[in-house]
Design a protein around this ligand. Structure first.
Ligand code: SF4
Length: 425
């Protein structure tokens, strides 16, 4: 069980002590705050045409029911801003007043384990905009957050190459500033946040000329836009550096954080591996990329990008958060692979223990094959089910064997009895 000394409660989430999250500022996104001490938020993106209002609404509801805390929708045309508005209104009308209150409550279960309950019934909508500052501005009047890509925000044709690189750079930044200023004003007026989302695959020619197709280029492209926002005193920002290459994504994000630290910036970070794929491939790539950074303490919201329906992304996201101990939502199991020392049906036992204890979110339960190495290897487990000899099991509470040589057939019942007894204590 997560004990008080293992960590602390912060706004409805239990943060394990061994998890040092990078401090970031809090950015409000449609009433669901991001960053700071708030839980690492889970988001997804719809994959239907924006004009398919009914389909969009159904997808968003399915994603929300799966636990999505924000949902992003592509907005490729001005007409789609109207579609976005209709989607938002339909969503609002689709659920009763009570459900309009986004709930991010924490549960304290009967055994006082500390877990986060995610139940965002109408998640704030995020508009995904490329190429057009005008669309971004209109979308900012409707969405809770707008994502822009600095690599394609300015029309390439407006660049003035003939004046030499340094002059070109200055003119480009001036133009970027002129472009962002009115967008930031609309965001400010409407309480809309902005994500500066740089993608490895869509760096501008200027950045490619100067830095190549590199993490450094991704960082520079992002920071140029951030500095303009800072100059305009706009700080409701979220940053992301994405790539389908996990190593590039991880390296670029670490570099961004380093540069931000050097410049005293504390903006929250969105993590994701783009075009991760589907099935096991997509899940593994996302787990490696997102998980590596979470373990570093980097990341305030994540999106697992799968070539599947959006609601499929959510359980994977929560799985990555749990595995990296960044956000605890279920029981944690520790079990050994078994070897020649195992003298009981280990795989069967793991299955039975899981069935009996899956509701005890926040507990850490070990199932180990032998008492020679098991007790030492089960690390910080709260309870242990450890093979003691042919057909016999010791039950541990912490490091102490509290029931010895229990018959294998009775061991799961004995384990749950001991857990329940501890709860009553
Ligand atoms: Fe083998 Fe014991 Fe290690 Fe399990 S804990 S792998 S049974 S030595």
């Amino acid at each position: 069980m997560w004990k008080v000394e293992d960590g602390m409660w912060k706004s409805g989430i239990f943060v394990p002590m061994d998890f040092q999250r990078r401090p970031t500022r809090i950015v409000n996104i449609g009433g669901v705050p991001l960053g700071g001490h708030y839980p690492i938020r889970v988001q997804t993106m719809t994959n239907l045409p924006t004009a398919d209002i009914k389909g969009q609404v159904q997808q968003i509801i399915r994603a929300a029911d799966a636990g999505a805390e924000y949902v992003r929708i592509t907005v490729p045309t001005l007409k789609d801003v109207e579609h976005l508005d209709r989607i938002k209104k339909k969503l609002t009308g689709s659920r009763n007043t009570k459900s309009l209150v986004t709930r991010h409550s924490s549960l304290i279960t009967h055994h006082s384990s500390l877990v986060t309950h995610h139940s965002s019934l109408i998640p704030p909508l995020i508009a995904d905009v490329h190429f057009s500052p005008k669309i971004a501005m209109e979308a900012a009047k409707v969405a809770a957050k707008v994502r822009i890509n600095p690599g394609n925000l300015l029309a390439q044709g407006k660049r003035k190459k003939e004046k030499g690189k340094r002059e070109e750079e200055r003119l480009f930044l001036e133009l970027m500033h002129e472009t962002l200023r009115p967008l930031l004003e609309v965001c400010r007026e409407n309480g809309t946040a902005l994500r500066i989302g740089t993608n490895h695959g869509s760096l501008s020619e200027r950045i490619l000329d100067r830095y190549g197709d590199t993490p450094e280029g991704m960082v520079q492209a992002t920071l140029e836009a951030v500095r303009i926002c800072q100059a305009e005193n706009f700080h409701d920002l979220v940053l992301s550096l994405k790539s389908s290459n996990v190593k590039v994504m991880v390296e670029a994000t670490r570099l961004l954080v380093k540069r931000m630290d050097e410049e005293g910036m504390d903006y929250p970070i969105h993590l994701g591996v783009t075009e991760a794929g589907e099935g096991e491939d997509g899940r593994l790539k996302s787990a490696v990329g997102i998980g590596s950074l979470l373990v570093d303490g980097i990341g305030d919201t994540i999106r697992v990008s799968l070539t599947e329906d959006p609601e499929h992304e959510i359980p994977v996201a929560y799985g990555i958060l749990q595995a990296s101990r960044a956000r605890i939502t279920r029981t944690e199991y520790i079990s050994c692979p078994g070897c020649g020392r195992t003298t009981f049906k280990l795989q069967e036992a793991v299955k039975k223990v899981k069935e009996a204890t899956a509701h005890l979110a926040g507990l850490k339960i070990a199932v180990m094959g032998c008492i020679v190495n098991g007790p030492g290897e089960m690390a910080d487990a709260d309870y242990g089910y450890v093979g003691a000899g042919p057909g016999k099991v010791h039950i541990y509470k912490g490091n102490t064997a509290v029931a010895k040589n229990v018959d294998e057939e009775d061991a799961v019942i004995e384990l749950t009895r001991i857990i329940n007894e501890s709860v009553v204590e």
